[in-house]
Every structure is written in structure tokens, then in C-alpha cells.
Design a protein around this ligand. Sequence first.
Ligand code: G4F
Length: 344
Amino acid sequence: MAQKTALITGITGQDGAVLAQILLEKNYHVHGMRPYSAVPDTARVEGLDITLHYGDVTDGGAILRLLETIKPDEIYNLAGMSHVHVSFDMPELTANVNGLGPIRILEAMRLMHAQKEIRFYQASSSEMFGRAPAPQSEQTPFEPCSPYGASKLYAYWMVRQYREAYGLHASNGILFNHESALRGEEFVTRKITKAIGQIEAGLRNRVSLGNLDAKRDWGHAHDYMHGAWAMLQQKTPDDYVLATGQSYSVRDFLAKAFAVIGVNIIWKGAGLNELGINKQTGQTIIDIDPALFRPTEIHNLIGDASKAKHLLNWTPRHSFDDLVTEMVQADRIVQNAAPMKYGT
Ligand code: G4F
């Protein structure tokens, strides 16, 4: 079979790096688009046999030139302003990058459609469900409650629009939270596992967090990027939820993660005065910072991935326990000899 060419936008992030590894294993020629950054941002893809290009989803001309040059078979749009809390501070930028960015790619594809059929994957998000009651599936009406969720929802509908109006092979992957040792440190799971490694090594005393009772359906990035690839192998484009079907609170994640290094937590106090105490030593290891609460919050996400299971034969391989253990172990300073990797 001829070697396929893929373009990944947002290649320097967790998902981009994981997907690049999966595609290389499948013998793809992998191109990555990354925005200019004054500080080094390619650590996650260091050593991979890929071609990097400067480009940005806010620059339509750059995208069109790139597509004309590399003529990809598949495009995975993983570029985005991905931090939900930050989207409240930068709603316009969030709309431009997350909402309009995919349209710039779809427009370029539309211009090239006569020359070449390109398949397109859009990183849609469970954040689009917002306040909709769990469990959430492709049939659940969306009710976003953040600028991030609203921006992703606009892009979701535009992907469907281009699919229906112009016959583009464009699919939405509605992915619930997915994590790994490559997760950015600004997201709660990695923030916790990184802090645990530092607390264990005596480099800090505690970690400050926001809402401990929010529940998320946390899966492993490797499983989810494999699902993204599977979506583009289908003859017909479509929209799919990827999720584990189980949800845990931030508090549950903390308990499991600290248990990996043998620490049990006792909770004392309530609300903003709540503290997590190390049962063995009596030291405070968790406190609450009101600045980390969001103006509006999703309380519970649980995905129903039956459609992906049925049509893509997709099923998550990693359990919640596997995920938490892998992330904590990767961030241990005391006993961690292995370099960061996403797991298998
Ligand atoms: O890790 P988070 O920041 O992820 P969030 O907001 O669920 O979004 C992630 O998943 C989405 C898929 O549903 C993606 F679309 C999105 O790009 C991103 O990858 O926060 C998870 C929960 C929230 O309820 C938050 O309020 O953790 C709570 N939380 C509590 N303390 C915290 C903190 N979140 C962060 N980031 N930092 C804290 O200190």
C-alpha cells in the first residue's frame, strides 16, 4: 500500500505527540504544523521522524500553502486554545483559534477538493456538553458553559456543514478528558502527579487546587488518538464520542494518585477551608485556592461511546487505575529513571 501522508496541527501538544507516534508506527509520513514560539516547545516530539512546519490556524494563507505543498491524505486538527479556565480570560482568542481555525483548514480543503480528497479530523470536545445531564452521547443536546465549549461547538457544526454542503470527508471526534505522562502541567491530573513527585522528593509541601468535586470521565490519550485515526479510516465521515463510561472526581484522582506513593489523605474542614492531610505524617498536602475555581463549571461528564465501539470497534484499553499509576510513576523524581513516554 502507498505510504500515506498526514498533517497534524498542534503537534507539539500531548495529543499531537501521541498521534505522531501512532502514525509513524503505521508507516505514515508525518508533517506537523506548529505556531512560532520564542521558547522551546518541541520536547514531546524530539527524536521522532517527522517534518515540522511553522504555521498557525489563525493564518489561512499559511494553511493553504502548506496543504498545496505537502498534499496530505489526512489532516488531524489538534491545534487549539485548550485550557477551559483560561478561555474565560481570553474569549476572543479562544473563538478565533478554536472556532475559526478549523474553518480556515476546511476552506483550504474545499479549494483543493477537485485535485485531491483529504480526510479531516476535528478535535471536538466533551466540554460542548456542558451542563447536559450524564451520560452524554452523540444524541445528547449540547449545553456548553464556557467560552471554550462554545468555540468548540461552533467548529463542530461547521465540520458538519462542510461535510454536508461540499461533500468533504470531515469527522468530529467528541473526546472526553484524556491524559498521559505527556499531559500539560496546567491540567489538573498532571498538576497533581507533578506535585506528588515534588512532595515526595521534599521539593515542596503541598498542592493548591480549585473544585475538588467536579467529576470527569478520564481516559488515556493513546487509546483516544488511536480512535481518532480509526475515524478517518471509515469510508463515510461521521461524529463519534470517545469515553470510558466512568467518571471520577478530582478528589478521587487525588486519593488514587497519592496512594501510588503510599500516602493516605484525611480531609478536614469544608469549602475554601478544606485541607487534605497526610494521614501518616499529619502534614497538610492539599489546600484550596479560590482563584482556581471557574466562573461556571461542568459538574459531571460521563461519556457513552457505544457508537465508536460498534462502528469503529474502539474500546479503551487503559483503566483509570492504570492511567493514574502511569502518570504518578512518570513524575516520581525519587524513583523515576525512565524518560517521559505515553505508555503502551
Ligand atoms: O484538567 P482540567 O483543566 O480539564 P477540563 O477543564 O475538564 O478540560 C480538559 O478536557 C476537555 C474535554 O472534556 C478538553 F476539551 C479540554 O481541552 C481539556 O483538555 O480540569 C478538570 C477539572 C475541572 O472541573 C476543574 O475545575 O478539574 C478542576 N480543577 C480543580 N482544581 C482544576 C484545578 N483544574 C485545573 N486545570 N487546575 C486546578 O488547579
